[in-house]
Design a protein around this ligand. Structure first.
Ligand code: F6P
Length: 319
């Protein structure tokens, strides 16, 4: 193996640049050449490659977004598209690829491996929804960003005795909502994976206001219901002054936290070492604070399990 490629795919996540930097620097220090593949799998098929030097990744560990750009590219599921991708890699003398992205990206990494190009997947998504890893690159920063926004929302909620329903990202996964909900002292956390009762939440808010509380915060995962609809449901059970707020893509941007920078660096470094051992078709994760690997195939049958105990913890914090 002489030359490896690296790409970012799917929704961007803070810390992806730290992983790109770690892959580039580790590979170069082991005598490999590195090519950055821009725009994810779409750029791979189009041959949008350029060499990456150790200097090219200077001053990137602190940047949000991805210097390689990203794209969602469902076409990669087609056999003829995969063939084109492999042709491009062979044309450029690239023997192996590291893919940083969410669940969809793993299909592409596995397809490349099956076509003889060893590929390793790193979990890069703010959602934290990948099976067999307790952590995904970008999750910590997204939680910090959402918590910071909710702290600000609370100021205005309190000034006006309002209830805010704050929608946080996470597609079908409530991990951001649960962690941010606890960290923000939310009155209720609503996630798609667990049942919820809007009437019960309204009754609990009424009791809190009756005891003198001057605001209410409900952290709602986007996969559960829209913030507007939830607010309207809530108003059926109480005469609240309520507002809906959608944090949306601001959660995907910004300077990565220490945790995201360090973990992304560890994962990028580990991925290159796996390739050097001749391994491919693997997904890197963190389980119980240790780097781990699983066959990418296992991920397709696996289910991410969130830390649902956070819901009970938060209930105990609600007066
Ligand atoms: O997967 C990351 C994510 O930000 C999800 O939380 C969200 O549902 C989705 O991407 C939004 O995708 P897009 O940026 O394509 O609208």
């Amino acid at each position: 193996m002489k030359r490896i490629g690296i790409l970012t795919s799917g929704g961007d996540a803070p810390g992806m640049n730290a992983a790109i930097r770690a892959v580039t620097r580790t590979a170069i220090s082991h005598g490999l050449e590195v090519f950055g593949i821009r725009y994810g799998f779409a750029g791979l098929v189009a041959g949008d490659f350029s060499p990456l030097t150790a200097e090219d990744v200077d001053h990137t560990i602190n940047l949000g977004g991805t210097i390689l750009y990203s794209a969602r590219y469902p076409e990669m599921a087609q056999e003829e598209v995969q063939q084109k991708a492999v042709e491009q890699l062979k044309k450029h003398g690239i023997d192996a690829v590291i893919v940083i992205g969410g669940d969809g990206s793993y299909h592409g990494a596995l397809a490349l491996t099956r076509h003889g190009i060893n590929s390793i997947g790193l979990p890069g998504t703010i959602d934290n929804d990948i099976p067999y890893t307790d952590y995904t690159i970008g999750y910590d920063t997204a939680c910090e960003t959402a918590m910071d926004a909710i702290d600000k929302i609370r100021d205005t909620a309190s000034s006006h005795h309002r209830v805010f329903v704050v929608n946080v990202m996470g597609r079908e996964c409530g991990d951001i909502a649960m962690r941010v909900g606890v960290a923000s002292g939310a009155d209720a956390i609503v996630i798609p994976e667990r049942p919820y009762d809007v009437k019960e939440i309204a009754e609990s808010l009424k009791r809190s206001f009756a005891k003198g509380k001057d605001h209410g915060i409900i952290v709602l995962a986007e996969g559960a219901m829209s913030a507007d609809k939830f607010k309207d449901e809530l108003l059926k059970y109480g005469d609240f002054d309520a507002r809906a707020n959608v944090l949306a893509h601001m959660q995907r941007g910004g300077r990565p936290t220490v945790e995201d920078r360090v973990n992304a660096t560890k994962m990028g470094n580990y991925a290159v070492k796996l390739l050097l051992e001749g391994k491919g078709g693997l997904a890197v994760g963190f389980e119980n604070n240790e780097l781990s690997t699983h066959d990418i195939l296992d991920l397709f049958d696996g289910k991410h399990e969130g830390d649902y105990a956070l819901l009970d913890l938060n209930k105990d914090m609600t007066k």
